[in-house]
Design a binder for this molecule. Structure first.
Ligand code: GDP
Ligand code: MG
Length: 178
C-alpha cells in the first residue's frame, strides 16, 4: 500500500533549512521524480512516506517537509522532537542560507536526542551563480561532524544518494541500540 504498513523499519526524517533552498523540490525529486521552477509555497507541515532499500533491508522514511520562513519557526521545535534523522539544506547560490546553518543545527540538536543528520548543498546546477565554495561547505561539515552531499533537485544529482545515506545512518544506529 502507499503507507507501506508492512514495513518494519520506519523512521521520521525532517527537512530543514531556510526558505527557498529547495526542500520541497528535493522531496518531489525523490518521491515523484519531477522538478518545477514554480513550486507551491509550503504551508505548515506534510508527511510523505518513501521506501528505500538500505543494507538489504526495506526501510520507510517518513519525510516531513517544512516551511523555513520566519513565521513558522516557533512550531519547528514541536515536530523536530525525537526525530531520528534530518536533512539540513542550504542553497549554494545564496550565501545567507549557508550562514543560517548554525540556527538550523541548534534547532535540531537542542530539540532531538542525538539525531543523524546530512548536510545538503543544493542547486549545484547553477554553477555561474555559486556563492558557497564546496571546500567551505566541506570544512563546515567537518567541524560539525556532518556528512556533506551536494545536490541538484533540478538535474537529479545525488538526491536519492543523500536520503539513502541518511537511511543507512539511522538504521545503523537503530540496530546498535536495539
Ligand atoms: P523550499 O522553500 O526550501 O521548499 O524551496 P523550493 O523547493 O520551493 O524551491 C525554491 C525555488 O528553487 C523553486 O523555484 C525551485 O524550482 C528552485 N530549485 C529548487 N531546487 C533547485 C535546483 O536544484 N536547481 C535549481 N536551478 N533550482 C532549484
Ligand atoms: Mg517548501
Amino acid at each position: 500500500s502507499d503507507n507501506y504498513d508492512d514495513c518494519k523499519h520506519r523512521f521520521k526524517v525532517v527537512l530543514m533549512g531556510s526558505h527557498g533552498v529547495g526542500k520541497t523540490s528535493l522531496l518531489r525529486r525523490l518521491c515523484r521524480d519531477t522538478f518545477s521552477l514554480t513550486v507551491p509555497e509550503t504551508r505548515g507541515l506534510s508527511d510523505q512516506p518513501k521506501r528505500l532499500r538500505v543494507f538489504d533491508k526495506d526501510i520507510v522514511l517518513h519525510l516531513w517537509d517544512t516551511a523555513g520562513t520566519e513565521k513558522y519557526r516557533p512550531i519547528n521545535a514541536l515536530y523536530i522532537r525525537r526525530t531520528p534523522g534530518a536533512i539540513i539544506a542550504f542553497d549554494v547560490t545564496r550565501k545567507e542560507t549557508f550562514n543560517d546553518l548554525g540556527y538550523w543545527l541548534k534547532e535540531l540538536f537542542t530539540n532531538s536526542d542525538d539525531p543523524q543528520c546530512i548536510l545538503v548543498g543544493n542547486k549545484i546546477d547553477l554553477t555561474e551563480q555559486r556563492e558557497v565554495r564546496k571546500e567551505d561547505a566541506e570544512e563546515f561539515a567537518r567541524k560539525n561532524k556532518l556528512i556533506y552531499v551536494e545536490t541538484s533537485a533540478k538535474d537529479n544529482v545525488c538526491v536519492s544518494q543523500a536520503f539513502e545515506r541518511l537511511g543507512e545512518m539511522i538504521l545503523e544506529k537503530n540496530m546498535k541500540s536495539t
